[in-house]
Design a binder for this molecule. Structure first.
Ligand SMILES: Cc1ncc(COP(=O)(O)O)c(C=O)c1O
Length: 378
C-alpha cells in the first residue's frame, strides 16, 4: 500500500492567491457593471526590457546553428550569468564567489526546494504577514512553525526575541506584502541571533530592486557575518518582469556550515549543489542570456524605468486612498482595516479569516486582522 504525505492534510484546500481570485471573480459576476482593477496575486503589466529581448533573440539564433547550439547546461547555471550577478552584488558592496550562486527557474521553486537540505526536526520562524510559500512548504514537511508578528507598532518589522528558539528563520525584505524593509542594524541583530542559536536565515530579497535608498541593504550579505548563517533567495520576476520568463537565483555562501542530527558537519553550499544537480536540470540557455542582459548597463537602465512605472502606480493608488480617508499600510500592497468605504474591499474582507486558518498551528491569536486589500505593484 502506498501511503501519502499526511502533512498535506494540514494545508488549506487551496493556495491563498487562488482564493483571492475566486472572490474577485464572484464579485465581478454579481456586479458586471463595475470596473475592477485586479491586484490579488499581482503580475507585471509591462513587457520585458528591449535589452533582454535582444539578448534572448540572439540566443535563439545560436540555438539554430550547429556550432553554437547548447544542450544540457550546468544545473547551477552558466558562468556568464554567475559573473553578471557577482558584478551586480559588487555594486552594492557585497563580494560573492561565482560558485556561491545557483541559478534557478525562480525564487518560488527555491523557497520550496531549500527545505530538502534541512531536517524536519527544525523549528521554523515565519514573519506574519509574509509571502505564504514559506508556510505551506514547511507544513508539507510537517515542521513545527512559530510566528512573529509584523504590526504597525513594530513598523511590520519583527525583531529577534531571545525567548523564542528557532532553527530556520525566514526574513523577507522588502517584505511581501507590507513593503517593510530592514535596516543594516536590524539585520545585524538577526544575524547575531542566528549565530547565537546556530540557526539559518533564509533571506528572501525578491524585491531588492525596489530599494532606492543606498543606506538600506539590498542583500543580507552586507552584514559580513551573515555568510556564516544566511542563504539569500532572489528573483528576476520583480527586478525585470520575468514572472512568465522564469529565472531567479539563490546564494549559499561556502562559510555556511551546520551539523546533521548525528553531529556530522556539512557545508550547505555542497548540499544545495548536490540537491540541484540531482533534482534540477538547469534554466534554459536562452533565458539565462536574457537574465544576463538584465544586469548589463542598458538592461539596468530599462528595468529601473519599469520599476519607476510600478512605483508611480503605487503612488497613485495610495493618493486615492488617502483622499478617500481610508487608513492603510504598505508599499508593495495595501493593508487597510476599514473596508466599508469600498465594496470590493469588503468582498475580499474574509481574507483575514484565511490568514487565521493558515495559522492554525500557531498559539498566538491573529492580532493583525489586516485585510489584504489591493496589491498595487505586483
Ligand atoms: C517575496 C517573494 N518571494 C518569491 C516570490 C516568487 O518569485 P518567482 O517569480 O521568482 O518564483 C515572490 C512572488 O510573488 C515573492 O513575492
Amino acid at each position: 500500500m502506498a501511503f501519502v504525505n499526511d502533512n498535506y492534510c494540514n494545508l488549506k484546500d487551496s493556495y491563498l492567491f487562488s482564493q483571492i481570485a475566486q472572490k474577485v471573480n464572484a464579485y465581478v459576476a454579481e456586479h458586471p457593471e463595475k470596473k475592477v482593477i485586479r491586484m490579488g496575486i499581482g503580475d507585471v503589466t509591462l513587457p520585458l526590457a528591449p535589452a533582454v529581448i535582444d539578448a534572448m533573440q540572439k540566443a535563439v539564433a545560436e540555438m539554430g546553428v550547429k556550432e553554437t547550439f547548447r544542450g544540457y547546461g550546468p544545473e547551477q547555471g552558466y558562468d556568464f550569468l554567475h559573473e553578471a550577478i557577482v558584478k551586480y552584488y559588487a555594486g552594492f558592496g557585497v563580494t560573492l564567489a561565482s560558485d556561491e550562486i545557483f541559478i534557478s527557474d525562480g525564487a518560488k521553486s527555491d523557497c520550496g526546494n531549500i527545505t530538502d537540505i534541512f531536517s524536519n526536526a527544525n523549528t521554523i520562524l515565519i514573519p506574519d504577514p509574509v509571502y505564504p510559500v514559506y508556510l505551506d512548504t514547511n507544513i508539507m514537511c510537517g515542521r513545527k512553525i512559530v510566528y512573529m508578528d509584523g504590526k504597525p507598532e513594530n513598523n511590520f518589522l519583527p525583531m529577534p526575541d531571545d525567548s523564542v528558539k528557532a532553527d530556520i528563520i525566514y526574513l523577507c525584505s522588502p517584505n511581501n506584502p507590507t513593503g517593510a524593509v530592514y535596516t543594516k542594524e536590524q539585520l545585524e541583530a538577526w544575524v547575531a541571533y542566528a549565530l547565537k542559536n546556530d540557526a539559518v536565515i533564509l533571506y528572501d530579497a525578491a524585491y531588492e530592486a525596489f530599494v532606492d535608498d543606498p543606506a538600506i541593504p539590498r542583500s543580507i550579505f552586507v552584514v559580513e557575518d551573515a555568510r556564516k548563517c544566511a542563504i539569500e533567495l532572489c528573483s528576476l520576476s520583480k527586478t525585470a518582469g520575468f514572472t512568465g520568463t522564469r529565472c531567479g537565483y539563490t546564494v549559499v555562501p561556502h562559510a555556511l556550515v551546520r551539523k546533521t542530527e548525528s553531529g556530522k558537519e556539512l557545508e550547505l553550499n555542497k548540499m544545495w549543489l548536490r540537491r540541484q544537480t540531482t533534482k534540477f536540470n538547469g534554466v534554459p540557455y536562452i533565458i539565462q542570456r536574457g537574465a544576463e542582459a538584465v544586469f548589463s548597463e542598458q538592461g539596468q537602465k530599462e528595468c529601473r524605468e519599469m520599476l519607476a512605472f510600478y512605483k508611480e502606480n503605487a503612488r497613485i493608488m495610495a493618493e486615492g486612498l488617502r483622499r478617500k480617508g481610508i487608513k492603510f499600510y504598505g508599499v508593495l500592497a495595501l493593508w487597510a482595516k476599514d473596508t466599508s468605504a469600498c465594496p470590493l474591499l469588503a468582498a475580499v474582507k474574509t481574507l483575514s479569516k484565511q490568514w487565521n486558518a493558515l495559522k492554525k498551528n500557531c498559539k498566538q491569536n491573529n492580532k493583525n486582522a489586516w485585510f489584504l486589500t489591493r496589491r498595487f505593484c505586483f
